[in-house]
Design a protein around this ligand. Structure first.
Ligand code: HEM
Ligand SMILES: CC(C)=CCC/C(C)=C/CC/C(C)=C/COP(=O)(O)OP(=O)(O)O
Length: 317
């Protein structure tokens, strides 16, 4: 039985809505959708059908919300013991597991139906596999058992990029897998920087996050390697894949340079939680701006501008 020191009861209907909303961990979903959108724009070469975009982002939101809700049910014991998570609706007793499960199943069914009917079966199956992977592989199997939990489990967070590509093309080609790989490789620096800041919480509940088991020095080394590989991976979209152009490549190089610099600072000061916080916060802006660069680069007007500039340069030569 989970004991709690916060109110177990909803006083208004709005509070009920708020609790179910919180179960979906809504602050993470926008970035997942941004990776989906970036992938869609590259796949559609800048011309995305607005209705397909709306349907895919809605289906992706419902799938991610379903996955997060089931994660909240499963992790309610450890969530109660950690300061950061103890006020969530499950550990505080405001939502019962059975009700949350019904909510999560409804979200998953809605997501699958919407994507199948208005996008395609491949996109629907990928989103559904994201839910299954996040729950079975990450939450159930890896999270409580290995320091590599978020490396392998990070694949769930990279699936929205595949959903976006599949929704547009009904297939998965090399650029789709590369965008998947970019999010996959970015996840360890993103998460381990945060885990360095809150490692005491994870230690308290026995979750084997890398900083808890291997220490700060080993963790920052891993963050450094993953940052380098992530930045290299982002450039492969320009060359040799030619899925994005020079504007994307320039922005990716600039953003990547800053990511590497911040990660280097952390490598020098493994115990400094302010530097870790800086890497964590930057990792979010980095992914957001990288996907924005994919979108801007793919737009026909950008192609037009780049061609005009190249033509002008030829005239001067
Ligand atoms: C296994 C993979 C991942 C793990 C374990 C992880 C873990 C976390 C945790 C614990 C937080 C703090 C949330 C809180 O304080 O409630 C966080 C924040 C965040 N994560 Fe991740 N994350 C992962 C992958 C991703 C992915 C793939 C994305 C999106 C592409 C993402 C986007 C975000 C964002 C935007 C925040 C900040 C939310 C805020 O404003 O508080 N994460 N992540
Ligand atoms: C297509 C599809 C449905 C994909 C699923 C993507 C998904 C839900 C990614 C979430 C990644 C994430 C924020 C993990 C944190 O889990 P945690 O349990 O370690 O975080 P916590 O400590 O805050 O509870």
């Amino acid at each position: 039985m989970i004991e709690t020191n916060v109110s177990r009861h909803h006083e208004t209907f709005l509070q009920v809505i708020q609790s179910y909303y919180q179960l979906t961990k809504p602050r993470i979903i926008p970035l997942l959708l941004i990776t989906t959108a970036g992938s869609m724009w590259v796949a559609a070469k800048g011309q995305v059908d607005p209705l397909l975009l709306l349907v895919t982002l809605t289906g992706g939101t419902l799938a991610a919300a379903s996955a997060q809700t089931i994660n909240c049910i499963y992790d309610r014991d450890i969530d109660y013991d950690m300061e950061r998570t103890r006020h969530r609706p499950m550990p505080s007793g405001r939502v019962q597991p059975r009700d949350a499960l019904i909510f999560a199943i409804a979200l998953a069914v809605l997501s699958f139906t919407l994507l199948t009917v208005f996008a395609n079966l491949l996109a629907a199956c990928l989103a559904f596999s994201g839910i299954v992977f996040y729950i079975l592989i990450y939450t159930h199997w890896l999270k409580r058992h290995t320091t590599q939990n978020i490396v392998i489990g990070g694949a769930a967070g990279a699936i929205p990029a595949l959903v976006g590509w599949a929704a547009v093309t009904n297939t998965l080609s090399w650029p789709a897998w590369l965008i998947f790989a970019i999010v996959f490789l970015w996840t360890p620096p993103h998460f381990w920087a945060l885990a360095l800041m809150i490692r005491d919480d994870y230690a308290k509940v026995g979750i084997p996050m890398l900083p808890v088991i291997a220490g700060a020095t080993a963790t920052v080394k891993q963050i450094w390697y993953y940052t380098l590989i992530t930045v290299v991976a982002t450039l492969l979209l320009f060359y040799p894949l030619h899925a994005s152009g020079i504007i994307y490549a320039a922005i990716a190089a600039g953003l990547g340079g800053l990511f590497i610099r911040k990660s280097w600072c952390l490598l020098q000061q493994p115990e400094d939680r302010t530097v870790a916080k800086d890497v964590f916060l930057y990792s979010i802006s980095y992914m957001m701006l990288l996907c924005l660069a994919m979108v801007i680069d793919s737009l026909p007007i950008t192609h037009h501008l780049v061609s005009t500039i190249i033509a002008q340069l030829h005239l001067f030569n």
